[in-house]
Design a protein around this ligand. Structure first.
Ligand code: NAP
Length: 253
């Protein structure tokens, strides 16, 4: 019978990923509530220095304050990511004299459910403008800074299951999230050789301020639950692991 392997042969074993983020700087958009708060919280918990941005500074400050009280490094800034003329300047002001962002959670997003034939140009522009146009240029800023400073990093686009399927009342939202899927794939192909990883997270329904009203309708909730085999709507905690996992690389950055 073979004897057990001696301990000094442990180097043949692959190592587990290192989730610590003590030397990383993160930017989370749409971090005043919902999934953005969860993403910021998980990155902060693992040691990242997290910059939280949204339009409502007061709400974002409350989140940053809670993260600091828990012992984390976090600061809030007011930023409307749809204001593209000001975006590079505003993001540069947040970077300041410090290091570029190593991690982006490109999360700010919205939905205006409506029957296809009733979608207005304003609805279309609002959803596509935030979910696609702004996400594109926030990611462009972060990637350009990483490339300029020859640093590696991780860009995480908050997509949706609606980036893979169709749904009634969601023609614009589905279009926007399918666009994010294409953007993520093309960015990953183009930026990989710079050591910049690009991933999309595609959650199903999570109860947040964005979905609370839809899910309050019994008919809608039952329809959603009938297609989720676990029999429950997702929680914010279901997404935080994916945020941490998406930024992990098996070699040190
Ligand atoms: P939410 O509760 O409505 O939060 C949206 C966040 O985006 C808020 O912090 C909001 O803050 C910010 N935001 C909106 N417009 C902005 C702008 N112009 N500039 C900067 N920040 C802006 O939404 P959520 O449910 O957490 O969703 C977050 C992301 O996950 C979205 O991309 C969404 O499509 C995606 N998602 C959600 C679900 C779900 O079931 N909840 C499922 C799949 C994917 P201010 O209003 O203060 O700016």
């Amino acid at each position: 019978m073979d004897s057990p392997q001696p301990m000094h042969q442990a180097s043949i074993l692959p190592s587990a990923p290192d989730f610590s983020l003590g030397h990383k700087r993160a930017l989370v958009t749409g971090a005043s509530r919902g999934i953005g708060v969860a993403a910021a919280s998980s990155l902060c918990e693992y040691g990242a220095d997290v910059n939280l941005v949204a339009r409502s500074l007061d709400e974002t400050e409350v989140v940053a304050d809670a993260l600091r009280k828990r012992g984390g490094r976090a600061r809030a800034a007011k930023l409307d990511v749809t204001d593209l003329a000001n975006l590079p300047h505003a993001l540069q002001a947040i970077v300041g004299d410090g290091e570029p962002f190593d991690i982006l959670v490109n999360n700010a997003g919205t939905n205006r459910p409506a029957p296809f034939v009733d979608v207005t140009v304003d609805d279309f522009d609002a959803v596509m403008g935030l979910n696609v146009r702004s996400a594109f240029f926030v990611a462009q800023f972060v990637a350009a800074e990483l490339i300029r400073t020859r640093r590696t990093g991780s860009i995480i686009n908050m997509s949706s299951q609606m980036g893979h399927v169709g749904a009634p009342m969601r023609t614009v939202y589905c279009s926007s999230k399918h666009a994010i899927q294409g953007l993520t794939k093309a960015m990953a192909v183009e930026l990989g050789h710079h050591g910049i990883r690009v991933n999309a997270i595609c959650p199903t329904f999570i109860e947040t301020p964005m979905t609370r009203d839809f899910l309050a309708s019994d008919g809608f909730r039952q329809d959603v639950l009938s297609r989720i085999k676990l029999g429950r709507v997702a929680t914010l905690e279901d997404v935080t692991g994916a945020v941490l996992y998406s930024r992990v690389m098996h070699r040190p950055w």
